[in-house]
Design a protein around this ligand. Sequence first.
Ligand SMILES: [Zn+2]
Length: 392
Amino acid sequence: MSGERVPRRRRRPLRALAAALTVGLGLLCCTGGTAAFFLTELGGDSAESMTPMSLECTGDFRVDVTGDMPRMADYGESQLRNAAKIIGVGQEMKVPARGWVVAVATAMQESALRNLANRTVAESQDLPNEGVGADHDSVGLFQQRASWGSVKQRMTPEYAARKFYEKLLTVPGWEQLPLSVAAQKVQVSAFPDAYAKHETVASQIVDALAGGAARTTMVANRQTCDAASGKRVAASGWTAPIAGAVGSGFRTAQRPGHDGVDIGARKGTPIHAAASGRVLVARCDPDNSGRESCDVDGYPGKGGCGWFVDILHPDERSGGIVTRYCHMVTRPRVHPGQTVAAGEVIGEVGSSGNSSGPHLHFEVHEDGDRSARSAIDPVPFMRSRGAPLKAE
Ligand SMILES: [Zn+2]
């Protein structure tokens, strides 16, 4: 994410942000002080890694289609302007911001945000275009086929976006569906899994062009910043797994091997998947003696993550994000290979494994990797997704 350029006026200098994060973490670390967690089977300490950047959630979500456009990731000026047009139509139609993310991610997959003509559709090549594709008779940002409208209509970004949203809004429960499922129901693509990998950058584009709108959640029909928790999912597709403040932070001076954060909660509190994805692991982590005794409360020094779940969330840029949820009270409700939706309950808070009392130990890893090497600080990561770890 370091290579991206975003609009200067909305970007905090890296150093200032890093300093702010350091101060924030300094405060968090000192309120904790529970015992160390060894995660016996799951790796030890490792070097610091990059924390993800995020943009402010300004409350001013109105997109400007005519102004200067930033470059983001591999997308240039004209591609970002197409994204702005897609977002603008969504705003006109009063589609919630989640729909803008789904639409932008879909156009990223279908056309790389280019208004494409088609080699086999002669008429399309006489119209203004940003490249030529060859898929059936598909044209435009969303690669819509002839049944969606005339060639000229489908190569008009606003028309194409409107048709996309019209169909999306007919999909029951589309806001709760994983992005790949929602997009597939509109597009009926031969490669349904291809959409989800664009979710992160699509969210960043929506954030950059519409005041941090991917960090919003609809609360009482209003776009609300940083309010995603439990079943309430942000436009980015993320949600805090439980409501609650971080008691013990990520790799603090006292606990340099602590690769996640601890969030205190009552035993039995439902734990929600932080985003849609595939369950990699759901089982009892052996303790320091190699015993798999997770149905009883653990204690500091016992070792192990207790009953725990790892979920893989596809992400083109980072190779996949893995989230981990430890110390559940009973066997997780999900099983390896299962696909889960954001906000789905995967288990309940407990104190199994190396734990001094009921809490959720929550980790975030990059590179599609489960080892300690790839762990990043969940606090700035979840904040950047509009799903901060905080008390309600
Ligand atoms: Zn912990």
